[in-house]
Design a protein around this ligand. Structure first.
Ligand code: FRU
Length: 325
């Protein structure tokens, strides 16, 4: 009705989990502020082939813009490159491709996060102790960057020894089984760094089964609010620390719309984040609860407005019919 073009944006998520759900909700909330955006969200369930098929389908559908988080770099990159070469603007978020073919990137500095965690652990250990790392999915960019940052930080502490660094899959079960195998080999470190909270939590569960949870401390990344999220795990002492890995769908959407509407934008947009420890976990939870309350209200309000609009247009049709008759 406003005469503005409606933009169809395809969102290709590599996985489906609470971090991605939060992001999807934020993207949806952001569309409420614009009456000309239609979102098509799909998830590849951690499967590269699936994701390639979904990206190809978005190309056929001729979406106006593609928002994508590639599961693994080398396998999914060619599909994203093809979309980009066909003229579809591409916004990468959280995970990167290994080519320069993208319009914009929005995410956090994973190398810096890894470095901060390395420094945190080294400091907590007073410069002396042992640590193991459970990495994310092989070939997904945050796993590579977090590892790089982490190793570069602990390398500066001669008293800190990295006993093992092994690949997981970002899933809790993988953190559990990788840690269980390490413990079975007699590797019992002072700290486990799981590259996300789910894997760190999995490692804690494995330690608990072996009666080791009191001897080892666990650090993760994501620090999601809400029940079972990383902030709660830190508050409850399961994790020693976590790092907020921002979802910020509002910023992703802003970036997408700037591109579509020809406004200036930063090509590589790195969002700030912060460490969560026992000292600030309670405050963070309170703030997050307030935020989620506001977002719930917004959702309710949106549904009501939608309802009134539908009623209003029905009435308009009704009056129009009366007038004709
Ligand atoms: C969510 C997730 C997070 C992790 C990020 C890395 O799908 O696995 O737990 O921080 O992806 O891309």
């Amino acid at each position: 009705t406003s005469g503005k073009k409606t933009y169809v944006i395809g969102v290709s998520q590599c996985s489906e989990d609470s971090w991605r759900m939060k992001l999807n909700d934020e993207l949806r909330d952001a569309t409420y502020l614009h009456d000309n955006v239609e979102l098509h969200v799909v998830s590849a369930d951690d499967n590269d082939k699936h994701q390639i098929r979904q990206i190809n389908a978005f190309m056929k559908e001729d979406v106006d813009l593609l928002i994508v988080s590639p599961n693994q770099m080398n396998t999914v990159t060619p599909a994203i490159d093809r979309a980009y070469d066909s003229g579809i603007p591409v916004v990468l978020f959280d995970r990167k491709t290994d080519s320069g073919k993208y319009t914009a990137f929005v995410g956090a500095d994973n190398e810096k996060i890894g470095r901060t965690i390395g420094e945190y652990i080294a400091t907590r250990l007073g410069g002396k102790g042992t640590v193991v790392e459970i990495r994310g999915l092989e070939g997904s960019s945050p796993a590579i960057e977090r590892h790089k940052g982490f190793v570069s930080a602990i390398r500066k502490y001669p008293g800190i020894r990295l006993l093992a660094s092994e690949s997981g899959t970002w899933l809790q079960q993988s953190g559990d089984s990788v840690a269980a195998k390490m413990f079975a080999r007699g590797i019992v470190p002072d700290y486990v760094f799981g590259q996300n909270d789910r894997m760190a939590h999995g490692a804690w569960l494995a330690a608990r089964r072996c009666g080791l949870e009191g001897r080892i401390r666990f650090v993760g990344i994501d620090a999601l609010p809400g029940e079972g999220g990383g902030i709660e795990l830190v508050r409850d002492g399961v994790l020693d620390a976590s790092y907020i890995y921002p979802t910020r769908g509002d910023i992703v959407m802003q970036q997408a719309l700037s591109i579509l509407e020809g406004r200036p934008y930063e090509r590589d947009l790195y969002m700030k984040a912060a460490l969560v420890t026992k000292d600030n976990a309670e405050t963070m939870l309170m703030q997050a609860e307030e935020m989620s309350h506001i977002s719930d209200q917004l959702e309710k309000l949106h549904r009501r407005v939608d309802f009134f609009f539908t009623q209003y247009s029905h009435q308009k049709v009704y009056f129009l019919l009366c007038a004709i008759i």
